[in-house]
Ligand binder design. Sequence first.
Ligand code: GLY
Length: 317
Amino acid sequence: MTLQVKPKLIIHGGAGSSLQGKGGLEAVRRSLYTVIEEVYSLLLAGATASEAVVRGCQMLEDNPRFNAGTGSVLQSDGQIRMSASLMDGTSGRFSGVINVSRVKNPIELARFLQTSPDRVLSDHGSLELSRELQVPTYNGLTDLRLQEWIQERQDNFKSTMAGVVAEPELAQSSNAGRGTIGVVALDGYGKLAAGTSTGGKGFERIGRVSDSAMPAGNYATSHAGVSCTGIGEDIIDECLAAKIVIRVSDGMSLQEAMLRSFTEASKNARDLGAIALDATGAISWGKTSEILLAAYHNGDTIGDTLEWKDGELIGYC
Ligand code: GLY
């Protein structure tokens, strides 16, 4: 099928307080650009927005640098529990898994649930589903995340969350982060989808539910799609993804919807970020945290937000 519009793509690898050193920044940039290049090629080859989002999320989940899939942070009891969701803007269907363990790609379970009558499963149900689908058992624990947890255990869990990016120097620091990964795509047929996946905050109480498998953290309609990152509780309190998307669906421009929503979040002293696309091809990103690890393809070039520190609440192109 011939493409009717120029595809657009934006991805994120979390938000946080700092990326220590240029090494960290350049390595994160390379990781994000690898995903952008592969997924944008898929969109040019005719992949649907949902297919592109799932592939982008898989690649980010597989990169141990980011807090999702392999490289997920550990909860207070030393276990990995991951959450992920997918929303197809055209069908208007949200699906997801909450606190799933021992699978490589939680986004694949979310994709399977798109056509199921029961579309959001918690821990027990997600495990049953992965057994039913014969998904191989997988342990996404990395040495760095283990070291981070051991250090926090020695400090009696004084940090409220784990590092956004798994870097050796960060694992040794108290640099708090808000790791999540996310992808929003506009395909060549003008359709939108959004996906988000996370290992959670790290060191959290067992049973804590992340925003990443809620419409607050991941939402799309035929008008816009948004994936959030940051402190899940703040994202839920703002109902951020759904709020931005509904504003656009009701007629606001993406830029205006982002600015209004981030102004509110900033007034409420929230710690979060988001990436967004609309059906006209507008791309936007926003943050109240210090950094947002996002990259995009605007149809002509690749750009990123890694060195964006200018105090503006949103950016767009
Ligand atoms: N935003 C990811 C989390 O708080 O779980």
